[in-house]
Design a protein around this ligand. Structure first.
Ligand code: SF4
Ligand code: SF4
Length: 208
């Protein structure tokens, strides 16, 4: 838990967050583009590093609000998009022998922000003013030994800046997912994984 002085955390490089079977390593479209560009991957190669984890319920508005990244409509139903996992439960990019991430500089925001989560609170009078609240994630509290009273206090300002960037990225990603899901619902697009990746690649071209 957070003490009155602040958050204590230092990564011990234990690898728990990279190897937990029950953790999906969520990716946003900008994470996908960063990894694609950093590793110089073609569409078919990107397909090999992604996992589509299907969600078998219909999406109620209430459920949706609670999700940091909502599921995307695919041919097989609603699915969360994350990095592929090995049979052991470890992330595709986790080097078990050397106990490290193979794509550390390209890793998803989900990994950069662990074990913290961020929420934004807008000022009701002036929407351009907002406060970011950070807390430990449930998973972090569950299995991250870096969260401990023996660890140093973190530089909160640096983490808040990272949180801000992550929230912006998540908002952009949610807009992308909403547009995609709407287009699928009205039959404007066939929800194949290839189409999804082509749409993401085209988005990059538009941003250039
Ligand atoms: S679980 Fe915590 S201590 Fe272990 S690698 Fe992940 S962030 Fe670091
Ligand atoms: S991308 Fe790297 S840091 Fe993130 S879960 Fe995979 S191995 Fe761990």
């Amino acid at each position: 838990m957070r003490s009155t002085k602040g958050f204590r955390f230092k990564c011990t490089k234990c690898g728990n967050c990279c190897t937990d079977k029950n953790t999906i390593v969520n990716v946003t479209y900008s994470d996908i583009l960063r990894i694609k560009n950093g590793l110089n991957l073609m569409l078919n190669e990107i397909l090999e590093i992604l996992g589509f984890y299907t969600y078998d319920k219909e999406l109620a508005a209430e459920d949706r609000k609670k999700m940091v990244i909502p599921p995307i409509r695919t041919e097989k139903g609603l699915a969360f998009v994350g990095l592929l996992k090995k049979d052991s439960g470890a992330c595709y990019f986790y080097d078990e022998k050397n106990v490290k991430c193979k794509i550390y500089n390209l890793r998803p925001n989900f990994c950069r922000t662990f074990p913290f989560t961020f929420q934004i609170f807008f000022n009701k009078v002036n929407r351009s003013k907002a406060k970011i609240k950070m807390s430990y994630t449930q998973k972090g509290e569950q299995y991250c030994p870096g969260i401990s009273a023996d660890m140093p206090l973190i530089n909160e300002e640096q983490w808040i800046q990272l949180g801000k960037k992550t929230i912006e990225d998540l908002n952009d990603n949610n807009i992308f997912i909403n547009n995609w899901n709407d287009a699928v619902r009205i039959g404007k697009i066939i929800p194949t994984v290839k189409n999804l990746l082509s749409t993401i690649f085209n988005l990059e071209k538009k941003l250039k």
